[in-house]
Design a protein around this ligand. Structure first.
Ligand SMILES: Nc1nc2c(c(=O)[nH]1)N[C@H]1C(S)=C(S)[C@@H](COP(=O)(O)O)O[C@H]1N2
Ligand SMILES: [Mo]
Length: 251
């Protein structure tokens, strides 16, 4: 990993240009989807059947961004460990990438900023009935998994967070198709600024074809696994385990 960083240099030191560079919007795809699925009468199931798993979520223009993007769930992990990391500007924070990978990684924010970046303006849809449009930037999860040499036996990617619910970390999981979806990114910037505490600093998942609860904030660990058995209560996420939310939260 050190070699990867040395070759590409640091982004975070001089990242302003990158932040202002704008989004890699895929207008053709979103307008095609808009035309295809215009009628309110088209059943969601039909839409699901017609859209393939690799289809892109709609992307928006900067002038469509929500002036206010609320926070939900944990707004501050509130642990001594998290407070210490934040007090140090997350210089000591590392993302562990492990499990079924050839090369386990421990990535700093600088390492993450040095990977190829993607920016996207998307709509966040929370199952509780609110939505907001914001801009997110970071490397694709796929590029991180490739850097780690994810093994073929890995069927799921599990995300472990810094915040605790009843003593256990919030967690989520995706299958390989969503993990390698081009809009699935590990975002360190929101609306052209570093993520704030409320929105999941220093790093959160964006998985744009899914509902809000899949977008794990306060990321600490990304693990490639063959099965979700034995992780939490085995249903692939905190809400899935405890409130019967569906593991599949595709939109
Ligand atoms: N670690 C962690 N991630 C989380 C949550 C949480 O409580 N803890 N809440 C989820 C829910 S339900 C939603 S809608 C979004 C909210 O993201 P936001 O606070 O940036 O709006 O984060 C998701 N990710
Ligand atoms: Mo949510």
């Amino acid at each position: 990993m050190t070699r990867l960083i040395d070759r590409r240099g640091a982004l975070l030191g001089g990242g302003a240009g990158m932040l202002l560079a704008g989004c890699d919007c895929v207008i053709q795809h979103s307008s095609a989807r808009a035309i295809l699925f215009k009628g309110e009468d088209i059943h969601r199931g039909l839409q699901r059947a017609l859209s393939n798993r690799d289809a892109l979520a709609p992307e928006f223009r900067p002038d469509q961004m929500s002036p206010y993007f609320r926070t939900n769930g944990t707004r501050d992990p509130g642990t001594a460990a998290y407070a210490a990391l934040r007090a140090g500007g997350f210089a000591d924070w590392r993302l562990t990438v492990d499990g079924l990978v050839a090369r386990p990684l421990r990535l700093s924010l600088r390492d993450i900023g040095a990977l190829p970046q993607r920016a996207q303006i998307t709509r966040h849809d929370c199952v509780e009935g609110w939505s907001a449009i914001g801009k997110w930037q970071g490397p694709t999860l796929g590029s991180v998994l490739r850097a780690a040499g994810v093994r073929d036996a890995a069927r799921y990617i599990v995300f472990t967070c810094a915040d605790l619910y009843g003593g256990a970390p919030y967690y989520e999981s995706l299958d390989r198709i969503d993990a390698f979806h081009p809009q699935t990114i590990l975002a360190w910037a929101m609306n052209d600024r570093f993520l704030d505490t409320g929105h999941g600093a220093p790093l959160r998942l964006r998985v744009e074809r899914h509902l809000g609860y899949k977008h794990a904030k306060y990321l600490m660990r990304v693990s490639a696994v063959a099965s979700l058995d034995g992780i939490g209560k085995g249903r692939g996420g905190y809400w899935e385990d405890n409130v019967d939310y569906d593991w599949w939260a595709g939109i």
